[in-house]
Design a protein. Structure first.
Lengths: 287, 238
């Protein structure tokens, strides 16, 4: 086993983990609050990605591109929640089918608009250079993705642990019915969390293009990985999203590197074990 | 009882497949009223209906502070000024004692006299567990916290579902006395209780339920602790 390969795969695993955390953190909180899984989350990733690449081409600004991708996905999420999801609230199957439908429509519309050719993000010159991490040279932009994920994790953690809104979200995830009977407007909280989650998916789609090019089917792949993260970590748990993303990112990277023919097997193995031995996830609560 | 705060008229409610409440009539003014009966007679279903938590298949009207709350979302009913201490306490495992109180702290129909510190003064042992999580405190402390969580909303109407369950007798007395003081201060208190002593200490009158019906009304304290009534509807003697 070559040490450089090992370190490279570990760094790739961290990059994927960072992207997955950005995707899964909002999704898991929304899931925990209203028990709604947004199966259009992957499509929002793709939507944000394409919009972001456009904006980067037009403005030469990476920051604007990331913001634009996030905002467009957020608008999509808010519209879906206000106009569609609210009509089927509480009907698990209808909610799931509705988000699948929206996801398919968005993904197909993007296929019509951009075709099936993979697209990647035009990076500014100074970000194209690899960065010396001491142990090896590694693409600068991937290091930035990791830093963004860590910063996001810190911000979300402070909001959840220290603010009144965070406490209300925790109460709602613990016991929605009781939280509402105590006067907490859980549907409104959910709408807010859902909007933030959609923004994060769109923004992840833009920065993620430096790691995985935008292409047909990426929405499903990213959604699947995010769901694996949430199932491993436990729904509604931020800590769970972080640990789940690390496990999923590392397993995916090493399995693809060393045993590609078993990559999917190893990817789903931790999730299967969790479902059998700890169905609520590593940090989830049973209700 | 000049103006009823809680007014239930002809309420029918279903819980799952069972018909849980039948043509129920009940009024609570600015007083403390006990609702008594054995397990499973529909007391909790009634409390849940008042808070908007029972399924929508409920007929009849429920008015709280004069507002028809049938079909209203629970958080809006709570914001009218209804405090609720649910059966089983239903504390939040992810919130500390202090967070439970701070999250619910708000001015209500009765002003803002109830603060977090006022709750700690009422229940000193809670004050020593401020940083403990909702699932890390003792049964008695859980009851105190569930009550405190309702008090800091400064409710004009308080619905308690067996709040003294699991409390030491001395704390039961504190709670009963506290409820008595609240009702004398103008809060409408509906106390669901199987503990006859606590009910008699706190309440001025009582309704007795059996099989989803209100089967008896005791209009004063003496009637509440009448041996025949208690034997018939609760299977106990005073």
């Amino acid at each position: 086993m070559n040490l450089d390969t090992f370190i490279f795969l570990a760094l790739n695993g961290l990059t994927l983990a960072a992207l997955l955390f950005i995707m899964a953190s909002g999704l898991t909180l929304a899931f925990g609050l209203m028990r709604v899984v947004n199966l259009a989350h992957g499509a929002f990733y793709l939507l944000g990605g394409y919009i972001g690449v456009h904006v980067v081409h037009a403005t030469d600004s990476l920051v604007l591109g990331v913001l634009a991708g996030g905002v467009v996905a957020m608008v999509g999420g808010v519209l879906m929640e206000r106009l569609l999801l609210q009509r089927v609230r509480g009907l698990d199957l209808s909610e799931a089918l509705l988000t699948i439908a929206v996801g398919l429509i968005i993904a197909d519309a993007l296929l019509v608009a951009y075709g099936g050719r993979p697209i990647s993000l035009p990076l500014p010159p100074d970000l194209r250079m690899p960065m010396d991490l001491g142990v090896m040279m590694y693409p600068t932009f991937r290091v930035i993705i990791m830093a963004v994920a860590v910063a996001l994790g810190l911000v979300l953690w402070i909001v959840m642990a220290r603010t009144r809104i965070g406490a209300a979200i925790r109460a709602g995830v613990d016991d929605r019915e009781t939280a509402m009977a105590q006067g907490i407007n859980v549907p409104l909280l959910f709408a807010g969390v859902f909007a933030v989650a959609s923004f994060l998916a769109g923004a992840a789609g833009v920065i993620g293009t430096s790691y995985m090019s935008l292409s047909q089917g990426l929405d499903v792949r990213v959604l699947m990985l995010s769901l694996v993260v949430i199932i491993i970590g436990g729904m509604g748990s931020l800590k769970g999203a972080a640990v789940g993303a690390l496990i999923t990112g590392m397993v995916s990277s090493f399995a693809t590197g060393y045993l590609p023919q078993f990559a999917l097997f190893f990817l789903f193995l931790p999730m299967t074990l969790i479902l059998v031995f700890r169905p609520q996830g590593l940090f989830g609560r049973t209700t | 009882m000049a103006e009823p705060i809680i007014e239930v008229t002809g309420l029918d409610a279903h819980y799952g497949l069972s018909h849980a409440l039948h043509d129920l009539h009940l009024q609570v003014g600015r007083e403390c009223v006990a609702l008594m009966g054995r397990n499973g007679v529909g007391k909790t279903t009634l409390a849940r209906a008042l808070l908007g938590l029972t399924p929508p298949r409920a007929a009849g009207t429920i008015r709280v502070f004069g507002t028809d709350v049938q079909g209203m979302s629970p958080h809006r009913i709570a914001r009218l000024g209804v405090g609720y201490v649910p059966q089983g306490r239903r504390l939040f495992p992810s919130l500390t004692v202090d967070e439970h109180l701070r999250l619910n702290l708000r001015a209500g129909p009765t002003g803002e006299a109830w603060t977090v510190e006022a709750v700690y003064d009422l229940f000193p042992s809670l004050g020593q567990r401020r940083k403990s999580f909702g699932n890390q405190i003792s049964g008695g402390e859980r009851s105190m916290l569930a009550i405190g969580r309702a008090l800091v909303t400064n409710p004009g109407c308080l619905i308690l579902d067996e709040p003294t369950e699991g409390l030491a007798p001395s704390v039961v007395e504190t709670v009963a006395q506290g409820l008595r003081d609240l009702s004398q201060g103008g809060v409408a208190v509906l106390l669901i209780e199987q503990n006859v002593k606590a009910a008699a200490m706190a309440a001025d009158r009582a309704y007795f339920m059996a099989e989803g019906h209100i089967v008896h009304e005791a209009t004063d304290k003496a009637a509440m602790t009448d041996d025949e009534v208690l034997g018939k509807y609760l299977g106990v003697s005073a």
